[in-house]
Design a protein around this ligand. Structure first.
Ligand SMILES: Cc1cc2nc3c(=O)[nH]c(=O)nc-3n(C[C@H](O)[C@H](O)[C@H](O)COP(=O)(O)OP(=O)(O)OC[C@H]3O[C@@H](n4cnc5c(N)ncnc54)[C@H](O)[C@@H]3O)c2cc1C
Length: 529
């Protein structure tokens, strides 16, 4: 099969890349390994992690359109109360983590809707579920990618190949030079980097799940491995992993969390603003994706909330470049099932009792075969060795202060999030560094050698550390969108991606193209946190 742009991986970056190339008039093949497009927003069941100004600026126009359509979908299809329907910045789940917490299926429907006209016209072909298994190259060009799925292996060719897989799978398959884990301070000059590189030291993966709480006893059978995880006490943690005593990411001191299903809060009073209130004291409302009071009385018997807390972080092994990644993902799923069982049976309750037998696993909401999310939430990918690598000192508040993050002449987007590294396979508890609102340099999207492969997700030229700020939903979308537009631009002009960065005239034209498409290249004059 052949197209002008091949996008391998249908997460947020892949979807954004496909959409931007399609809107530019290109033919696209998009492949996805799981049943849902949308990656971290859908198959991984992580409601968006966004920044404080998201309702005003700081995301691309098409990302904003995705958000608007999610809200509209609720207004059209759901029995919202009058108050909720009238709420312009509707947050269906009224979660504290994000001003737009919603059910993954809604995002799937919206993404499918955005792609539908191109499917109908035949310009977009989606291969699902398919995953890449091999590739061929001719010198510095990728000539084909072979994917495997229900109809066996299919060879795909395109002048531009975008790697939007969650773990940068095309990098080893195409021999594109890449990095994993923690770079050394000698290499990057980063204040928080170790003396010696640690390629196996990567952030935990997490298999998220959704729960609700109703009357009755819904306790599941004790999962395999429960006794192991119940007793599990990592050296670098503050106690047993399965506990309400977690770690404060900034101070690394013990932090008590609580959990109270279905509180009587008013969803319209929730103002998700991480600066004002991280909102993780009651974990029920932290990542709540359906607030029952948003809907006509009795329509939802319970709120629905997503469990994505550090106690489901699996850091026993990386899942990249290890002999048997599937075995580790299976162990991560076992940990998540154990956490659910612990919540039902042994977790201390505020009233002194233990366990909430009324909790139900809502696999119907997340679509996974075992009641959990379909896919593990992957924070850290293989990363290309890029023309430019974004380093901690480009955006760390302690380094940059009032100057703000480095402004790149080749900026192709913006983002904002603290550098928030979760517990890692190398035994780092958290690395948490305040960041300034930052830009995305085009150089981070350009492999040093390979000509026609572009990263379209978390596999750009960041480091282990800066990935902690660039891994979030809006940034991944921005990166993918730019990769799609860059492929179009290079096809139209007959130039190589690296030339766009190297030639000031081409760069100016490309940046003008991005601005016309609604990509913000710089922040307005704001003070971050
Ligand atoms: C589980 C979890 C989930 C999270 N989810 C999200 C999320 O979804 N979205 C999100 O945005 N964050 C998220 N965070 C990050 C976290 O909540 C934020 O770190 C926190 O809200 C920042 O608030 P703060 O202002 O207290 O930070 P502080 O560490 O106190 O901020 C640093 C200080 O520097 C000051 N400052 C910052 N920038 C400037 C500047 N340019 N000039 C001068 N002074 C400055 C601030 O005023 C502040 O006093 C999450 C964290 C965790 C642990």
């Amino acid at each position: 099969m052949e197209a002008e742009v091949l996008v391998v991986g249908g997460g947020l970056g892949g979807v954004a890349a496909a959409l931007s190339a399609l809107r530019a008039g290109r033919s696209v093949i998009l492949t996805e390994e799981y049943a849902w497009l949308g990656g971290q927003l859908t198959s991984q069941a992580v409601p968006p992690d966004e920044h404080t100004w998201v309702e005003q600026f700081g995301v691309t126009a098409s990302y904003r359109s995705l958000r608007d359509k999610i809200r509209d979908y609720y207004r059209v299809h759901y029995p919202l109360t009058e108050r909720s329907r009238a709420w312009r910045e509707l947050n269906p789940g009224a979660g504290w983590v994000s001003p737009l917490c919603h059910e993954p299926r809604v995002a799937v429907a919206v993404i499918e809707g955005m792609l539908a006209p191109y499917r109908g016209s035949g310009r977009l072909r989606v291969l699902q579920p398919y995953r890449p298994v091999s590739a061929t190259c001719d010198g510095d060009r990728v000539t084909s990618v072979t994917v495997d799925g229900p109809d066996g292996e299919i060879v795909l060719t395109a002048p531009y190949v975008l790697d939007a897989t969650e773990t940068g799978d095309l990098l080893p398959l195409t021999g594109t030079e890449y990095v994993t884990g923690f770079e050394s301070a000698a290499e990057t000059g980063e204040p928080s980097a170790p003396g010696v590189a640690q390629p196996d030291n990567m952030q935990a993966v997490s298999v998220c799940f959704a729960v609700d709480h109703v009357d009755g006893d819904h306790t599941v059978d004790k999962p395999e491995g429960y006794d192991f995880w119940r007793a599990y006490k990592p050296d670098f943690w503050v106690g047993p992993l399965l506990s309400w005593t977690m770690v404060n990411p900034r101070t690394l001191e013990p932090a008590e969390r609580s959990f109270t299903p279905n509180p009587d809060d008013d969803p319209l009073e929730v103002r998700a603003d991480q600066r004002a209130n991280p909102g993780d004291s009651n974990l029920w409302t932290f990542r709540r994706i359906a607030a029952r009071r948003q809907f006509e009385p009795g329509f939802y018997p319970s709120d629905i909330t997503v469990v994505n807390w550090p106690i489901i972080d699996y850091f026993e092994s990386p899942i990249i470049d290890v002999p048997d990644p599937a075995a580790h993902i299976a162990r991560a799923r076992q940990l998540s099932r154990s956490v659910f069982y612990w919540l039902q049976t042994e977790a201390p309750r505020p009233d002194g009792g233990t366990g909430w037998p009324g909790l139900r696993l809502r696999g119907d909401v997340t679509g996974g075969p075992d009641g959990l999310a379909q896919a593990p939430y992957i924070r850290e990918s293989r990363r290309i060795r890029a023309e430019y690598t974004v380093v901690e000192q480009d955006l760390a508040l302690t380094v940059r202060g009032d100057a703000g993050a480095v402004r790149y002449p080749d900026s192709v987007g913006v983002g904002m999030y603290r550098i928030d590294l979760h517990p890692s396979t190398g035994g780092d508890t958290y690395i948490d560094v305040a960041a300034c609102p930052f830009e995305i340099p085009l150089g981070a999207l350009l492999p040093q050698r390979v000509e026609n492969l572009l990263p379209a997700g978390k596999n750009i030229g960041t480091t282990h550390i800066t990935n902690g700020a660039y891994r979030l939903h809006p940034v991944e979308w921005n990166v993918g969108e730019v990769a799609g537009l860059l492929a179009d631009f290079c096809l139209a002009r007959g130039v190589a991606p690296r030339a766009v960065r190297d030639n000031p005239g081409l760069l100016a034209d490309f940046q003008a193209r991005l601005i016309a498409a609604g990509v913000e290249l710089h922040w307005p004059d704001i003070s971050g946190y």
